[in-house]
Design a protein around this ligand. Structure first.
Ligand code: AMP
Length: 310
């Protein structure tokens, strides 16, 4: 039995149903990854989320949604007087834009008592976090996370990090690059998206991105690159995995998150890189062909089973 812990923020999502009608959902990058990992992990494996919620009705609904998906929230602290972050998706034709209300969200306080996090971390075989996790934390809390995480791991446990670079969440570029780099340096596996890395760090190629992370001591780097091939690098091993042609792409929201979730589920089960990347690409292809961040478990399970059977 394996256990995966994701550390991050899950927000209330409001998407337009037309006019003044809004539909409530829940999403956030680390949670999205857990969602797909949970859909594809073996049933006796565990997925758990660490964040913080408030003591209001919306926080209770958010927790119920996550737990209904089979993801444990048992370690999540409840912060008095706080509420979850919220975002609205505006649709103009096929164009999406977002408004966020997350500056005072409960999740920013998740490190209020670091020992609560360390207790959750000590139970996990894989701890997953993203650049958004460290971006939303107050500076002092981000430092506690970066400096304490490895010491709280159980022997043999791994840290997996997706830099998921979002410049608007950071006060300045230097701090963003510094924190992302130091978080990568405490990670065993880094799963970046090339476009973001190229824009922020000026990498000429996906291999340059992988080598920059390897130079920090990262063992395994999986570089996603949209519809272009996925690069896998570990030690001297460099492998290229073309992305199967996908027709009917409608919404690339959560493509990278779903890729990571499926990769983790397969990697934690079999440790087989070929199978893990095939599952990841298949899961992400299913997600980009559906609207919204979260595609129903059954749909991604069917897609993966069909690929395996083929
Ligand atoms: P990204 O984070 O944009 O690099 O995308 C993550 C993953 O989603 C990629 O590695 C692909 O497996 C998948 N993906 C993204 N865009 C497409 C696309 N247009 N067609 C097929 N797969 C895609």
């Amino acid at each position: 039995m394996k256990s995966l812990l994701g550390i991050g923020e899950c927000m209330i999502e409001l998407s337009s149903e037309g006019g003044q009608l809004w539909r409530q959902g829940f999403a956030g990058d680390v949670f999205n990854t857990l969602w797909y990992a949970r859909a594809l992990m073996e049933s006796d494996s565990q997925a758990a989320f660490f964040s913080a919620v408030g003591d209001d009705q919306s926080s209770a609904e958010l927790l119920a949604f996550i737990e209904n998906a089979g993801i444990s929230c048992e370690h999540i602290p409840h912060i008095k007087g706080r509420v979850p972050g919220l975002y609205k998706i505006h649709l103009e034709g096929a164009e999406r834009s977002f408004s966020y209300w997350r500056d005072s969200s409960a999740a920013k306080q998740m490190l209020q008592d670091p020992d609560v996090l360390w207790a959750a971390v000590s139970e996990a075989d894989v701890v997953y976090l993203s650049g958004i996790t460290v971006a939303i934390l107050p500076d002092e809390a981000a430092e506690i996370l970066i400096n304490g995480l490895r010491g709280a791991l159980k022997p043999g446990a791994k840290v997996v990090f997706d830099p998921n670079i979002r410049p608007r969440l950071w006060a300045g570029e230097e701090r963003m690059k510094d924190v992302l780099t130091r978080t990568a340096a405490i990670s065993d596996v880094v799963m970046p998206s090339f476009e973001d890395e190229q824009t922020t760090f000026g990498d000429a190629t996906p291999l340059a991105t992988a080598q920059r992370y390897q130079a920090l001591g990262v063992s395994q780097v999986v570089v996603k690159n949209g519809a272009d091939e996925t690069l896998f690098v570990e030690g001297d091993e460099v492998r290229h995995f073309p992305v199967p042609k996908t027709r009917g792409v409608v919404d690339t929201t959560a493509a990278g998150d779903s890729f990571n979730g499926a990769y983790l589920a397969e990697f934690m089960t079999s440790g087989d890189i070929d199978k893990a990347i095939a599952a990841a690409q298949c899961c992400a292809a299913t997600v980009v062909c559906n609207k919204g961040a979260l595609v129903a478990f059954e749909r991604v399970q069917n897609a993966i089973n069909t690929t395996k059977a083929g």
